[in-house]
Design a protein around this ligand. Sequence first.
Ligand SMILES: *[C@@H]1O[C@H](CO)[C@@H](O)[C@H](O)[C@H]1NC(C)=O
Ligand SMILES: *[C@@H]1O[C@H](CO)[C@@H](O)[C@H](O)[C@H]1NC(C)=O
Ligand SMILES: *[C@@H]1O[C@H](CO)[C@@H](O)[C@H](O)[C@H]1NC(C)=O
Ligand SMILES: *[C@@H]1O[C@H](CO)[C@@H](O)[C@H](O)[C@H]1NC(C)=O
Length: 966
Amino acid sequence: MIRSSRMWLWLYPMMLLLGVLQEVSPGPACRISEFPCRNGRCVRLNGYCDGQDDCGDMSDEPTYCTVCNRTYYGDVGKTYDLRVVKSAEVRLPFLCHLTFTANGQSHGDIVQLIFDEFKLGRYEASALDGCPDGYMQLSELGRPFTGGSWCGSSSGPAAYYSETSTVTASVKLFASPQRPFAFRLRYRFVSRREAVVRFGSPAAPLERGQVAPGTYCTRQFEECYRKPCRLQSPNYPGMYPRNVSCYWSLRQKFVPTCKHAMIAVRQEAAHKMHMKRSINVAGLNKTARALRAWRDCTGERDHLIFYDGGSTNDPVLAKYCGGDWLPRVVSRGPEMLVAFHSSPFSIPLHSPPSQSPLRGFELDVDVIFADSDSLDYSRESLRCEFDVNATSPDSDEIWTGRGRKDRLISPRHSLPPNTTCSYKFKGYPQDLIWVSFVSYSQRALLVGESAQALLSNSSVGGGCATKLKIFDGVKLIDEKCDEPPKLCDHSALINSTRITRPCTLSESYLSTGRTLLIQHHTEDGTALHPASFKLKYEFVDTRLGGEAWADKKQPGCFRVFKKMHVGEVSSPRNVFLYGRGGAKELHCVYRFEAGVDERVKLTINNASFGANPNCDTMQDPHSNRQICEYYPGGRVAEVNVYELPWKDVRMPRGCICDNSSLNSRPVVFISSSRTLELHFTAKEMNITEDFTVLHFRALFEIIHTPECSRKQRIRGYGGEVTFNNPPSGREEMLCQGIPWIVEARYNRSLFLLSWGAFLPLKPRSEEPTRCPTSNRVLIYQGRPPKLVKVVCPAEPNARPLAVHVFSEEWWGEGLSQIHQRPPSFLVEWIGVEPGIAAFNWLEISRSRSSLLQQLQVPVNASANETDYECSHKCPELDACISSSLWCDGKDHCPSGWDEAEGQCGATSKLLNSLPLAALAAGAAVVSSIILLICLALHRLRIRRRRRLAKKKLLTGPRLVDPGYNS
Ligand SMILES: *[C@@H]1O[C@H](CO)[C@@H](O)[C@H](O)[C@H]1NC(C)=O
Ligand SMILES: *[C@@H]1O[C@H](CO)[C@@H](O)[C@H](O)[C@H]1NC(C)=O
Ligand SMILES: *[C@@H]1O[C@H](CO)[C@@H](O)[C@H](O)[C@H]1NC(C)=O
Ligand SMILES: *[C@@H]1O[C@H](CO)[C@@H](O)[C@H](O)[C@H]1NC(C)=O
């Protein structure tokens, strides 16, 4: 097929020798780059046979002379020209060899040829023999002969730079003598130092690899991460030879531990990327930086093939045959093979005057290192599969947020065409997978034929260049063809100073089970059709522990632990319950239920309430329990423990709200009854907060202790309760910690009588308390129990120290609630040091007159009836009590009026204690007179107040309630 007779090949060194001998013989006067005239002058070598009398004696213009079959030398810095003329009558085939030698030093190291005029037969691009009339071939001393040829007519000058010191241009014409023939060139000798485009500057030489022996241009490159490696077309920056095949193998041998190396090749600069044949330049659309690739690269086009590995058996990442840039092509592993093939025939590549004179191409090489355990690259060639397995939700790493949540990017290396990458997410049972795409892009670089050729053959992609499928388990939940999936792209703006809002579920994907599969398919390969994405994933642990409350459903978490003897309980780790998952408030209640003769022990080991909790865990001065004291404006974030002695009564047992309170030792709670509750609450969560900063961990244990069998929730007409510390008996000991509840019937009120002094509910810490004991009686009212009185207890029945407490509605407060719930008191004994205390209680009701008074009905009309309104009345309370309490041998009215002699008459009991009874009666008379005066005063005052505040019900008389005076 290649017509060139190879005869001249072996002739050529001989000619060279002859040429040299010719030049040397005339005498030492002329340099090698000069022609010695017969007259002794020295002229340029190209002066020979140029049609001008350079010597002055015509010795450089002999008859029948020819410029052919000669060797030319020259000096660096000078440009010489040469024209081959062919007289019309010359015999065919016409053969002409022009040899140029750079002889080192001032004669240069390499040869530059510029073909200014080139008309040499026809060029037939699609023919098997592209140069039917004749051609030019270039060969270099010491390099294999390629056999490629140039022919046709070049429309502009084309440059060639030799790789070695000697190049021979051979012109051969064997047919069509009538065709115009023109062959004119300039030549220069260039020193290596000057040739910076090829070799780089002496200070920063380029790494061009070593030519493999016996090849024209096969080179090996190693360790390109240290050196600026360049893949240059042969004879760069001039036109490259025809019919060459170069194999450039790139290899990174040194890979740091825990790293994975990949090799990238690219060229963005248009002036360094010339592969188009000159004939195509006019037809190229300049507005689009179109690339020619794949099936567009037919036989007569020069092309580059990028292999994903070290051999031609490895998958092809890209086949490229033109364009003014080369997108980045990246190998999967530390080896890449780039093959370059030029076609056997062509017109010399010329550079239009407006463009860079450089021809050929140069590619930059980078070595990319990825973490070897990352998902940034595919582990195996040919398969692109990733297992994303969750780490155990029970490992300690969960608290730091690692292992179950990360970012993932599509492979950083190029993928061969028709590749599908699968990401299999697998969580633990009860895990869900939450995936948000931060970015997704795909860009067609191929247009026209190149793109069509690939797509029409597609089988997997179904007509899509890029296809994305998302499976929830085995169910396809989304499918995108050349379009982005649901994006959460605002999260791409996250940086160290900016945090963006959480991705919503309409911007992301959430599985319904523990597996999720993402398939990303590229039809054209990602080298020439880049397609990439970035996503965030998280394994969401939905476990809450225990069982759900029958009556409570999400969004809060209400869990109950029963029939378990020991276990761990911790805050939920479901991100959707926290700020980072989009929630504002979190409220979780964990209830621990023990059985008969059992109690709950709860140990809180660990808790965190955010980066800067605005709260201190303090000790309540009365109860000695931990309480949460929030700073003004502080948001609520706390763990609160309650005891439930009865199903409907929650007694606070302790509150923790700062991060340091558990540093030294865990906090332990042991219930007095069967049920304990832990409430974990966080309000106003911000968008970064999750279970890594808001959490607690606790241990619960069921312990055996006989339970309190005494009935401490009481109803009736009245009674008496005493407290002792230390407890007076086994029963009292077992009932320690359980409060007393006294409940009235509907439409009744309650009255408590105790002994001691009222203390401020919230004493200021610096103020010394005037109470001589640290024991307390705490009186609560309402649901949830609200502390209304704190009593510093004194010896019971010490009348001057009596303190009275009426249920709220007695004074007209909370009248609206009176019908919903009967009044009740909850009384708690805080026994810290030895001591006793007691309280008496009475169910009371208003006398008719005082009720009318309270309801602001005028009483004057029925003044006479007031004496008969209730038969059993404690006058000092202005309250009716049950008749069963009357004269039962115990004082119920604070003054003992119910047992006074005048009330009960002579009874045996009374007779037995006559002197005492007489004394009491006397006292009663005195006190009743005082009381009457008081009541009169009180009525007066009421009337005055009523005038002042017509509508509003005010608190009642303060006289009988010393608590209001303290
Ligand atoms: C050059 O040399 C070759 C033989 O090597 C010969 O065939 C050819 O005719 C010569 N060319 C000219 C123009 O003399
Ligand atoms: C170049 O391509 C663009 C779009 O790809 C097209 O609009 C324009 O007409 C083309 N120009 C030429 C000269 O072909
Ligand atoms: C992930 O789990 C699967 C099976 O569950 C296993 O085959 C695979 O090796 C695991 N992958 C990794 C990276 O741990
Ligand atoms: C693409 O790959 C699939 C399976 O990997 C194969 O069945 C199909 O034939 C391939 N298509 C082309 C056009 O190579």
